[in-house]
Every structure is written in C-alpha cells, then in structure tokens.
Design a protein around this ligand. Structure first.
Ligand code: ZN
Length: 208
C-alpha cells in the first residue's frame, strides 16, 4: 500500500472491507463545478463565484476522504458487558442527490475476541460516512466492520439522520430524522440485551 502522504488527492482506505480507494481527479472536479455553475446560468467570472469551483472541489475531496482505520486490541480482561458510544455526530453524502445527510450514530457491541477504544468508534463511522452513501448501507457497513474486526458477541448500530435531499425539497419537514438499525448476535437475539441497547440509544435521542 502506498504511503498516504505521498499521494495527493487520492483517498486511501487502509482496509479491504471499505470501499476501494477512490481516485478523485481534482482538476476535472473543478472543471465540472464550473460547468455546473454555467449550466445553472451563473456568471463564473463574477466576484463571488470566481473561486467557487476550487472551493467546491476542496469540499468534495474532504467529504469523500475517509480517515485511516482504527486499531483494535485483544480483549485481555475478558470484559463482556455492553459497550455503547452514544450520539456520535456524523455527516455523509447522499449518492442519489449529492446532498449531505447528517445526524448521530449510536454504536454498541458486546466484546468477544477484541476490543476497540471508545473514541475510535467515531472513526469507524467516519470510515464509511465519507463516501457516496445511502443511510441503510452506511449502517450495515459499520456493523459489518465491527463484526469482522472484533468478533464480538453482538453488534448494534443505530443511525438517525436528516437528509437535505428530503428536508430542503419539502418532501419531509425540516428536522425530521430517519432511523436505521443493524442489530447482530446477542444484541439482536437476546431480548434483555436488545432492550438495554435500544433504551440507551433512545435516551440519547430524546436528549438531542
Ligand atoms: Zn438523497
């Protein structure tokens, strides 16, 4: 794998389970942004718009460049209780409209073979959020990663997000959120654990 700092404009994900590395053509992106402005009837030479294609390109590169994968550790203490990181803020880009959706992720697992730092759960969310996405797929990808990397007894991922493509176009009231769930293993099958996990995420949602 090429060293990340050596490849400008190339979004690399050091994980075979993530999407294949995305090559972003910065110059083509700027040209396309300028074309879009012209197609919208805008004067690309106007004061406020002259730098817009460059800014648009930079914004998309940032939105679509995932962080590096989070490290995991052997579960040496044998902790087997529920671990939940609540209300992790995230944003992503809807693949149908190229508009953002943003909200919070609640990510939990019941440790098995390996554990991961609590703060690193946010990075796992970002690993898949910085992509052209749909919320359902994002939810499943986060759960799949945790299942594969941690071999846990259970995984629970709940995403709540507001989609600009819905709220800006009047399909949905602004502020309305869509929730998606991926529950696996004990968090899906054990009624007590499932309830414990969902109660945790629900409490956080009301606090938002
Ligand atoms: Zn959309």
């Amino acid at each position: 794998m090429t060293a990340p700092e050596a490849v400008a404009g190339l979004a690399l994900v050091d994980d075979e389970r993530a999407a294949p590395p995305r090559r972003i053509d910065h110059e083509a992106l700027e040209r396309a942004a300028a074309d879009l402005l012209r197609a919208l009837g805008a004067d690309t030479g106007a004061d406020g718009l002259r730098e817009t294609p460059r800014r648009v390109a930079e914004a998309y590169v940032e939105l679509l460049t995932p962080p590096f994968r989070a490290t995991t550790f052997p579960n040496e203490d044998g902790y087997d209780g529920l671990i939940v990181a609540r209300a992790i803020p995230f944003h992503s880009l809807c693949m149908h409209h190229l508009l953002p959706f943003r909200g919070v992720a609640h990510v939990g697992y019941m440790p098995g073979e390996r554990i991961i730092g609590l703060s690193k759960l946010a990075r796992v969310v970002e690993l898949f959020a910085r992509d052209l996405q749909i919320q359902e797929r994002l939810t499943v990808q986060i759960a799949d990663w945790l299942e594969a990397e941690l071999r846990p007894a259970g995984v629970g991922v709940v995403l709540e997000a507001e989609h600009m493509c819905m709220s800006l176009r009047g399909v949905q009231r602004p502020g309305a959120r869509t929730a998606t769930f991926a529950l696996r293993g004990a968090i899906r099958d054990d009624a007590h654990t499932r309830q414990e996990f969902l109660a945790t995420t629900a409490r956080t949602s009301h606090d938002q």
